[in-house]
Design a protein around this ligand. Structure first.
Ligand SMILES: Cc1cc2nc3c(=O)[nH]c(=O)nc-3n(C[C@H](O)[C@H](O)[C@H](O)COP(=O)(O)OP(=O)(O)OC[C@H]3O[C@@H](n4cnc5c(N)ncnc54)[C@H](O)[C@@H]3O)c2cc1C
Length: 218
């Protein structure tokens, strides 16, 4: 492990998702969209590291994460939810393939797969580069939509929310019907089955593989 960080604040965003703020060690460099691995300093858990994405900006004085817990399953995310300010976790050096290439883009996210796009979309807003940007965000229920109000308030961002319990899963026909432009970069993040299905659908819609950006291993 590379760094020890301390929780300073925690806030609930959806029924099973929390926003965490941690202290920032001096020597941590990352780009928006990158991730790290966190390990609990609890007996029996110190060999269990799990990947999570920074949602803060590289220049921020703190580190932030948005993490979905799986409370029915005694894993790391269920225990993260029980942390209190002052508790410490171990953090590895940053890694990750998702970064903003700039220009027209469609971000396709499912559930906690929104996390790399949180700092990327905020940065596009800050830099005045949100033109030609679309967010397609799929969740099981309406209550699960992370930061919906923030996405809807981003002037210039086209938002398409999909509630899979009501509308079913996103497929090729949905993308063809709802997206006007396929000549752009597509960023995919979410559970492996979602990413695989979106990649296949985009390829069938003639999007070349080098314009599909994703992170393996979710
Ligand atoms: C690069 C990267 C970045 C990521 N960034 C984020 C992020 O910023 N925020 C975020 O929320 N997630 C993120 N993830 C996903 C996150 O890493 C996983 O949700 C986390 O590792 C799950 O850890 P766990 O110990 O709770 O579950 P694990 O024990 O690792 O289980 C993994 C999955 O299996 C399922 N599962 C396994 N056993 C059971 C069981 N008995 N009952 C029910 N379900 C079960 C759970 O649904 C869980 O999703 C990221 C993943 C990657 C690869």
């Amino acid at each position: 492990m590379d760094h020890e960080i301390t929780l300073t604040a925690k806030e609930r965003l959806t029924p099973d998702t929390w926003h965490y703020v941690f202290t920032r060690p001096e020597k941590v460099e990352f780009t928006p969209g990158q991730a790290t691995a966190l390990t609990l300093e609890r007996e029996g858990w110190t060999d269990e590291d799990r990947p999570f994405t920074f949602t803060s900006q590289p220049e921020d004085p703190v580190l932030e994460f948005v993490i979905k817990s799986y409370p029915d399953h005694d894993g790391v995310t269920a225990r993260l939810r029980d942390l209190d300010p002052g508790d410490k976790v171990q953090m590895e050096d940053p890694f990750g393939a998702i970064h903003d290439r700039g220009g027209p883009a469609t971000f396709l996210a499912a559930g906690a797969g929104i996390t790399p796009f949180i700092p990327i979309l905020r940065r596009r807003v800050r830099d005045g580069k949100l033109a030609d940007t679309t967010l397609v965000f799929s969740n099981k229920t309406r209550a699960d939509i992370i930061l919906r109000e923030e996405w809807e308030a981003m002037a210039g961002l086209e938002t398409i929310f999909v509630v899979s319990d009501e509308q079913g899963m996103i497929d090729k026909a949905f993308l063809k019907r709802r997206l006007a432009d396929f000549d752009r970069t597509f960023y995919l993040c979410g559970p492996g089955e979602f990413v695989d299905a979106m990649r296949d659908a985009l390829k069938a819609l003639d999007v070349p593989g080098d314009r599909i950006v994703t992170e393996e291993g979710w």
